[in-house]
Write a protein that binds this ligand. Structure first.
Ligand code: SF4
Ligand code: FES
Length: 237
């Protein structure tokens, strides 16, 4: 079958403004959109730029907007689309070239939530052990591959007045440590999260949950952080 793509193109060094270019690729129905992108680059247009690495929904590097919805082209099959497939860069972030955006502001917010274990004791001889129930609490959040699809889709992050909001991906990472039985940084974490650009920036619009390619219950986890902060403050008087 012939798959038709309309792709956002922009090289800030050469192009006065962005434009769209159409490509046609001979594809099997079960080919992934990423296979087609690679074929376009190898066989038709070596100037087309996009990020990719694993090709299997693991590295999170190929996030882009597919027919208006943020997702991973390595997880989407050609047969799921009837007509022309529109590929654009993730919104919210600045375009570096074509489908590649500058994710530094995304990773800056991610780093700001201290995405590592904070401990109060020296490491034991073996592992810091957890019960199956304690591990289960983190399992969903640990699946996050930092693809930025949730943060790009969040209407709060898309709004220039509220774009300083940490965003869903950073909050999923905060959840992962806040609810880790081995972590001793709760007070410090709550200080980072308890502000309008932190967890309270979330307006519970569910867009993040709708697009997450790892099916993480993002909005629910953000709600649990809110409840945790509320309970901790109540307990502290
Ligand atoms: Fe991607 Fe989901 Fe992680 Fe957001 S929560 S960065 S959508 S994997
Ligand atoms: Fe790694 Fe798509 S290429 S997640």
């Amino acid at each position: 079958m012939a798959a038709r793509f309309r792709i956002f193109r922009f090289d800030p060094v050469l192009d006065p403004k962005p434009y769209y270019r159409t490509y046609e690729v001979d594809a099997e129905p079960t080919d992934r959109l990423l296979d087609c992108l690679n074929r376009i680059r190898w066989e038709q247009d070596p100037t087309l730029s996009f990020r990719m690495s694993c090709g299997h929904g693991v590295c999170g590097s190929d996030g882009m907007r597919i027919n208006g919805i943020c997702g991973l082209p390595c997880q989407k099959l050609v047969k799921s689309y009837d007509e022309e497939i529109l590929l654009e860069p993730l919104p919210v972030f600045q375009v570096i070239k074509d489908l590649i955006v500058d994710l530094e502001p995304f990773f800056e917010r991610y780093r700001s939530v201290k995405p590592y274990l904070i401990t109060a004791s020296l490491p034991p001889d073996g592992e810091r052990r957890q019960s199956p129930e304690e591990i289960h609490r983190l399992e969903d959040a640990v699946r996050c591959i930092l693809c930025a699809c949730c943060t790009s889709s969040c209407p709060v992050n898309q709004n220039a007045e509220t774009e300083a909001y940490l965003g869903p991906a950073a909050l999923v990472r905060a959840f992962r440590y806040l609810f880790d039985s081995r972590d001793a940084g709760m007070e410090e974490r709550i200080r980072i999260l308890d502000r309008k650009e932190g967890v309270w920036g979330c307006q519970t619009l569910w867009k993040c949950t709708e697009v997450c390619p790892k099916e993480i219950p993002v909005t629910k986890q953000i709600g649990q952080i809110k409840k945790n902060i509320y309970d901790a403050k109540k307990a502290g008087g």
